[in-house]
Design a protein. Structure first.
Length: 599
């Protein structure tokens, strides 16, 4: 039986925050099978101390081109279930289950989509340092379910694992089989593999009460592989390996958007749009590799935090994301178009600088680029794996860009001021000033408490009703923007007449929906948000629960609209605690935001 679904979202949120130190679920994974040892070349079983028939040049870090040489070692191409694989829940830390035995998990097959050689002791040193060599592999394209008493309650898609594999040491190589019993020297440290994973919940299929456990991470999921143990015997099946480890599942600490593609190398160029990762990839050239020349994947991962490491001198602003590029191909050449709508600074595109670094390397400017439009910058002729981000030169960034600022007299004969920002960054908030003349020095501050900014890179909508202004006449209003560092700017004045016919405000040049406040809000109270609609447009604002069911609907017309939702559905029934989506639909605009209702 479920524990009461009436448990509040507040309780769930507190529990999730309290459980960050311990996973929501832990599974003992036994005999997870890797198979298809036809992936990227790892090393040769070549050593001066071995029988000459196994030797090529005595160097395991070089690939023997001799057709008769049979002792190449390749990475496994697939990871998934084998005939003896089991996944057993050993711990659960949720309010929705009573015991680990009630929880089960299943995954589909993972595919190798990226392979790179690494030094597992000193990442900055050459990968082929004896005793330190290894590789990092990305396995992706898996979907999974977590079930409660046999009923699926969480659906995971886009699951990926990043596995770091230290190569074997001398003792492990000698124990591999009789042919390597005389091996001298270590390839790697022989330490256990380590790994982590990530994915995203499918909200349309997942049970809302269970999905709420991951609401704080925007329904992104982290997975950690703990205590990986290699349990294979190559004498039994040299094409397979088996692994035991503990799998810990938690809300994501850092969101990822990972994508990959397998281009048709006989039909290039080929374009792959990945809007979920804010990137488009055009594959120009590719050479596949692997034991059977089938490895031709390219992998991209949008990581939604600013990257670490020093950026070039003269640049001081960097976007709050970076992209990781990987591949299984021998060589490739691609163009990468990055969508930079999510910049955390308001900078003109002409100021953007595209940065690149090889993994564990130093950030440098990628000079072969083109600005395609005000939202996109393209890296041309990328032929190496690594990381990309966007920065701007050293100067003072604009904290806010306004796209609309006006006022009108509402039905209560009060001045209502509305403004819409196109972008915000490092912004503390706003104040409103009013005067009966055009002199700012004579103006009265109507908002001694700052109206806090949302700092959305895509802009926000705001409004303020000036209940302090009741005397008839012409009134002038100014908007002050205040940056976090204390710098400020004034906009205005705009004017209206109180006590006469309301003036028709100029309309915004785009329709948009603002952030809800308060958010979260409690049952019995309400949350409000502003909607501005450009001239000649109208539309609807619909509110949905996370199951996709419509709970409320509002009509909106040209101009400034304020929507207030009291947490009730269309029949007047109180809605359950949880995450809700409010969506603006006009002829040309479709925009969605989230809000949370708490008991």
């Amino acid at each position: 039986m479920y524990k009461s679904i009436a448990l509040t979202i507040v309780l769930l949120s507190l529990l999730v925050l309290g459980l960050q130190a311990q996973p929501l679920f832990t599974f003992a994974v036994d005999d997870l099978q890797s198979s298809g040892r036809i992936g990227n070349w790892v090393y040769d079983l070549d050593n001066p101390a071995m029988n000459p028939m196994f030797q090529h040049d005595g160097n395991h870090f070089t690939f023997s081109p001799a057709p008769a040489y049979l002792f190449h070692y390749y990475a496994e191409r697939f990871v998934g279930y084998g005939p003896t694989t089991t996944l057993t829940c050993t711990a659960e830390n949720t309010p929705l289950a009573n015991a680990p035995g009630e929880i089960t998990i299943q995954f589909s097959q993972f595919d190798l989509v990226s392979f790179r050689r690494v030094n597992t002791v000193n990442p900055a040193a050459p990968w082929d340092t004896p005793g330190q060599a290894g590789d990092e592999r990305v396995y992706a394209n898996s979907n999974g379910t977590i079930s409660f008493n046999g009923t699926p309650v969480l659906y995971l898609y886009g699951a990926s694992f990043v596995i770091t594999t230290p190569y074997p040491n001398e003792a492990q190589l000698r124990a591999l089989n009789p042919a390597t019993a005389t091996w001298m020297g270590s390839i790697g440290t022989g330490a256990p593999q380590t790994g982590y994973g990530f994915g995203e919940l499918d909200l349309l299929q997942s049970d809302p009460a269970w999905a709420a456990l991951f609401a704080a991470s925007n329904y992104k999921v982290d997975m950690v592989l703990d205590g990986v143990t290699f349990v294979t015997n190559p004498l039994v099946d040299i094409d397979k390996g088996w692994y035991d480890f503990d799998l810990h599942i938690s809300p994501a600490a850092v969101p990822f958007n990972a994508v990959n593609a397998t281009p048709d190398l006989s039909n290039l160029p080929e374009v792959f749009p990945f809007p979920e990762a804010n990137v488009e990839m055009e594959v120009l050239v590719g050479v596949e590799t692997g034991a059977t020349d089938q490895m031709r994947q390219i992998y991209l991962n949008e990581v939604l935090v600013a990257p670490l490491g020093a950026i070039p001198v003269g640049l001081d602003r960097i976007i709050n994301k970076h992209w990781k590029l990987g591949s299984t191909m021998e060589t490739f050449n691609v163009n990468l178009k990055f969508n930079v709508n999510e910049l955390d600074f308001a900078k003109a595109p002409v100021d953007w600088r595209l940065l690149y670094r090889p993994y564990d390397g130093v950030w440098t400017i990628w000079n072969d680029y083109v600005l395609l439009n005000p939202n996109s910058i393209q890296a041309n002729n990328v032929n190496q794996i690594g990381e990309f981000t966007v920065a701007a030169p050293l100067d003072v960034p604009l904290p806010v860009t306004l796209s609309y600022f006006n006022a009108h007299v509402n039905a209560q004969n009060l001045a209502e001021i509305a403004w819409v920002t196109a972008s915000e960054s490092d912004l503390h908030g706003f104040k409103i000033y009013a005067a009966s003349s055009t002199g700012l020095n004579d103006a009265l501050c109507l908002t001694p408490n700052v109206i806090l900014a949302s700092n959305s890179s895509s802009g926000s909508s705001y409004s303020y009703v000036a209940t302090e202004i009741t005397e008839p006449g012409t009134w002038y209003f100014w908007l002050e923007s205040i940056a976090i560092d204390g710098n400020n700017s004034f906009f205005g004045p705009i004017n209206i007449s109180i006590g006469s016919d309301p003036q028709s405000p100029s309309l915004p040049d785009r329709s948009s929906i603002g952030a809800a406040y308060p958010n979260p809000f409690r049952a019995g109270q309400s949350s409000s948000f502003d909607v501005v609609i450009k001239a000649s447009e109208n539309g609807t604002v619909n509110i949905y629960n996370i199951a996709g069911q419509l709970v409320a609907s509002y009509k909106v017309d040209s101009g400034s609209n304020r929507i207030t939702w009291n947490g009730l559905d269309g029949s007047g029934k109180a809605c359950a605690s949880g995450v809700y989506l409010y969506k603006l639909n006009t002829g040309a605009t479709h925009q969605t935001r989230k809000l949370m209702l708490m008991k």
